[in-house]
Design a protein around this ligand. Structure first.
Ligand code: SER
Length: 319
């Protein structure tokens, strides 16, 4: 990775991945691609910035040529709940956009990172210890786009030799940029509400177990996978990766250890509940561990402590 383009650099993962890549590879070598949302000052002032829309293949070509890009992190996507509201837009970004990126990568010999998701599984998938290779028949538009992206990425590797690699991310917990419209967003919102109001109304019912990961591990996973020795990779798109699995009761109890007055009640969102019910309770990520050394650093306790500290500073509210 010498010259890197991030598509979706203002999103939840993109905003932090861009800064981490700039730290590791040099500011001038990491181009922050954004579409509509104005990038933060930190992003805008620390390195090159370009308007890039994955659905606009000509513009994509221009930027890749201009900066002699050899690696593309394509993070553009609509998250699961929003994708149910706007399925056509979700398909356009999540499939046509992915296709464009792969085509540009084929032409310019770029490696491509594809973020798949726990959403690539569905109601007929074994939901406990979900294997790396298993049934994938999602019934959400988000899931349909993620499975398609996995298959297209594998196809471009096999057929054209494009160096495509991907992860099936769980819910990502972070404190810089809020996620927008995902089923797992509650695991971020709960921290802000705990600090602001000592109270949170959860949109998923008790007993809904989902895989989760703290952002520092999510960043390491993406970069480590792209740096992994290709001869060791038996899989490509996309690796199961997880760091913890909990339900709302468990995370609420963990927050209570730091904020004893914290209370949580429930008002399940039917769309999010229906989506979460079809996603794994806990994935088996042993292939990622074996093939490229995946080993997350944060479990629930450390993540909770760090989230509360960081968000408290960010909001200027002590807890
Ligand atoms: N965080 C995503 C969502 O909830 C899952 O990949 O949509």
């Amino acid at each position: 990775m010498k010259n890197i383009l991030i598509i979706g650099s203002v999103g939840q993962i993109g905003s932090e991945l861009t800064m981490e890549l700039r730290k590791r590879y040099g500011n001038d070598h990491v181009v922050a691609g954004f579409r509509k949302t104005q990038p933060s000052e930190e992003l805008a002032n620390s390195g090159p910035l370009e308007r890039v829309d994955a659905t606009d293949v000509e513009r994509l070509n221009e930027v890749v040529k201009k900066y002699n890009i050899d690696t593309i992190y394509n993070l553009a996507a609509l998250l699961s709940a929003v994708a149910e509201e706007k399925p056509q837009a979700a398909w356009n970004v999540g499939v046509n956009g992915v296709f464009n990126v792969l085509e540009v990568a084929r032409e310019h010999n770029c490696a491509v990172f594809f973020p798949s998701s726990i959403g690539a599984f569905g109601p007929t998938t074994p939901l406990d210890n979900t294997p790396q290779d298993t049934i994938q028949r999602p019934n959400t538009m988000y899931g349909v786009t993620k499975v398609t992206g996995e298959l297209l990425s594998d196809y471009y590797h096999k057929r054209f030799g494009v160096d495509t690699r991907g992860l099936r991310y769980p819910g990502i917990i972070s404190n810089v940029t809020l996620p927008g419209g995902g089923t797992t967003d509650y695991a971020v919102e709960i921290f802000y509400e705990a600090i602001r109001n000592k109270k949170y109304t959860c949109p998923l019912p008790a007993g809904t177990f989902l895989d989760m990961m703290y952002m520092p591990d999510a960043l390491d996973a993406a970069i480590d996978l792209m740096e992994a020795d290709p001869s060791k990779l038996k899989h490509r798109n996309a690796f199961n990766v997880t760091a913890m699995s909990f339900d709302p009761e468990i995370i609420s109890a963990e927050i209570k250890k730091h904020i004893p007055g914290f209370v949580m009640d429930y008002d399940p969102d039917p769309v999010k509940k229906a989506i979460a019910d079809t996603w794994p309770n806990k994935m088996d990520d042993s292939c990622a561990r074996e093939e490229w050394g995946w080993n997350p650093k944060y479990e629930l306790e450390e993540m909770t402590k760090d989230m509360l500290e960081k968000i408290s500073i960010k909001l200027g509210i002590e807890y």
